[in-house]
Write a protein that binds this ligand. Structure first.
Ligand code: GLU
Length: 508
């Protein structure tokens, strides 16, 4: 690569950052790091009507949480600022003016009624796609059809007017997308897009191209929904005389619903109860809360790993990648063309894999925090032991407390099914003898618990398999769980004795 790699993530602060946006940010990040380049965050807020309070902070926080923070941006600074489009207005207007001076753009004064009338006229004439273009512009009110004086006086009067791109009538616009290959569009299919709106603000298209040029962006990696705009952007680069340094484009495949039927949507996610946002988001207008991966208990490593493989493949069977490995393995030519199904079960699977690999000290912190909130005391050592017992059986950290409640509270109920099947005279006799034997133990380690139980079983001539579930239900209330000797050891001698004797009384 001859040009220094500079990529950007350019979200519009119109709400919470959708998980598809996070994936775009991630691919930009990985590509930048892989190529020792720079990852820029630019806030595209030219559409003031869609600005949502708090969205900008949300975007920053989400990237921070996931550990894919930009190198340049509002917070980080950099040599290409400001990094927020509303603060760069003059730059865009200067370029728009240049396009007008060079006869590549023009003023248009048409009222909404006149635009409607034009569309109606074209529809009546059976024009399939009635738009303002190289043909219709000649019958509209613009600086190409009005006299110079008229144009000047309308401008002097302060408008209203817009600036439109003067798209050529018959030219082929081509771009070689790094994911999709050659994309060719005939310019007659591109309308005279508005570059500057009547409120004096640039549109997305103008601002986006001007910024990518000025920020020396080398590669534009973004969602497939922007592919239809790409030919227009190419045209803008040509018109602005920036074709030689035009960035390369890579359009990422769509994220599809879990069943592959259509685009992944927030509404669908809300209905089915899975997250499509990185973190919880409270809509500032409706107050409605959308759930996030973070608060649902997903580790950032699993979100990153899951998203990396949602539209990209390493070309091997490897599935578990830490960020460093992803950086090494990532390349644009392994981005898939086909849409990627958003499979939340796969996300859970990733979380389980990371859960199994986490150090106990970290897991214990989650448990200790939940316990503290519930007003339950526990030492870090005990928390770690509990996490070790449950680690293989949980997907989310919150389950350490919910699934391990019996470590902190005596059972109030006993699993009926187990009782019906396993609570018999034989079991009761073994349990009573076991409780008596445990009383004489100093410290109930898992080994000591097993030895003691084995001795009792031998004396009574009973097989372990016949009473194990009864023992479990007597101390935990449930019929299934992690290593029982481990549980007994955590509970400790006196508690075990007490729970067994209580069960024997209650379950007479
Ligand atoms: N502001 C656009 C968005 O919200 C950016 C598109 C692009 O990357 O060019 O997705």
């Amino acid at each position: 690569m001859n040009k220094e790699v500079r990529v950007r993530f350019a979200p519009s602060p119109t709400g919470a950052l959708h998980i598809g946006g996070v994936r775009t940010a991630l691919y930009n990040y990985l590509f930048a790091k892989k190529n020792k380049g720079t990852f820029v965050l630019r806030i595209e807020d030219t559409d003031q009507t869609r600005y949502v309070e708090g969205a900008e902070e949300y975007i920053q926080n989400a990237l921070d949480w996931l550990g894919i923070a930009p190198d340049e941006g509002i917070v980080q600074g950099g040599n290409f600022g400001p990094y927020k489009q509303s603060e760069r207005k003059e730059l865009y207007l200067k370029e728009a003016q240049r396009l007008i001076d060079e006869d590549k753009a023009y003023y248009a004064f048409d009222t909404p009624e006149e635009l409607d009338a034009m569309r109606e006229r074209l529809k009546a004439a059976k024009v399939a796609n009635p738009v303002y273009d190289s043909i219709t512009r000649s019958s509209m009110k613009n600086s190409l059809t009005l006299s110079l004086d008229e144009v000047q006086s309308r401008i002097n009067a302060g408008g209203p007017y817009v600036i439109r791109l003067k798209v050529p009538r018959a030219e082929e616009v081509r771009l070689n997308d790094m994911v999709r290959g050659w994309v060719k569009v005939h310019s007659s299919n591109i309308d005279d897009k508005i570059l500057v709106k009547s409120d004096g603000m640039p549109t997305y298209h103008l601002a986006n191209v001007v910024d990518d040029h000025m920020m020396e962006i080398s590669h534009v990696i973004r969602g497939e929904e922007w592919l239809p705009s790409a030919p227009l952007h190419v045209l803008l680069y040509q018109f602005l005389g920036w074709e030689d340094t035009m960035p390369q484009f890579a359009h990422l495949p769509l994220l599809l619903k879990p069943d592959g039927n259509g685009k992944l949507s927030k509404r669908d996610a809300d209905k089915k109860g899975y997250p499509v946002f990185p973190m919880d988001w409270a809509d500032p207008v409706s107050g409605e809360i959308s759930i996030g991966f973070k608060e649902q208990g997903y580790f950032k490593e699993s979100v990153i790993n899951f998203l990396a493989l949602l539209g990209w493949n390493p070309g091997t069977e490897q599935e578990i990648f830490d960020t460093e490995e992803l950086i090494q393995a990532f390349s644009i030519d392994r981005i898939n063309k086909a849409g990627a199904k958003f499979d939340i079960d796969k996300a859970k699977w990733f979380n389980q894999q990371y859960m199994k690999a986490k150090p106990l000290s970290e897991l214990a912190e989650y448990l200790l925090k939940d316990l503290k909130e519930a007003g339950i005391e526990c030492t870090p050592g005990k928390a770690e032991t509990i996490c070790a017992l449950l680690q293989e059986r949980v997907t989310f950290p919150s389950e350490f407390m919910t699934k391990g409640m019996y470590f902190f509270a005596k059972p109030v109920e006993y699993d009926e099914k187990v009782i019906r099947k396993k609570w018999n005279d034989e079991a009761k006799s073994v349990l009573q003898a076991f409780a008596n034997a445990v009383k004489n133990v100093d410290i109930l380690t898992p080994e000591e618990a097993l030895n003691t139980l084995n001795k009792v079983l031998e004396e009574q001539g009973v097989k372990m398999g016949k009473i194990l579930q009864a023992l479990r239900v007597s101390v935990t209330g449930t019929g299934a769980g992690p290593d029982l000797m481990g549980i007994l050891s955590v509970l400790g001698r006196d508690e075990v004795v007490d729970r067994i004797e209580t069960a024997l009384e209650k379950l007479e």
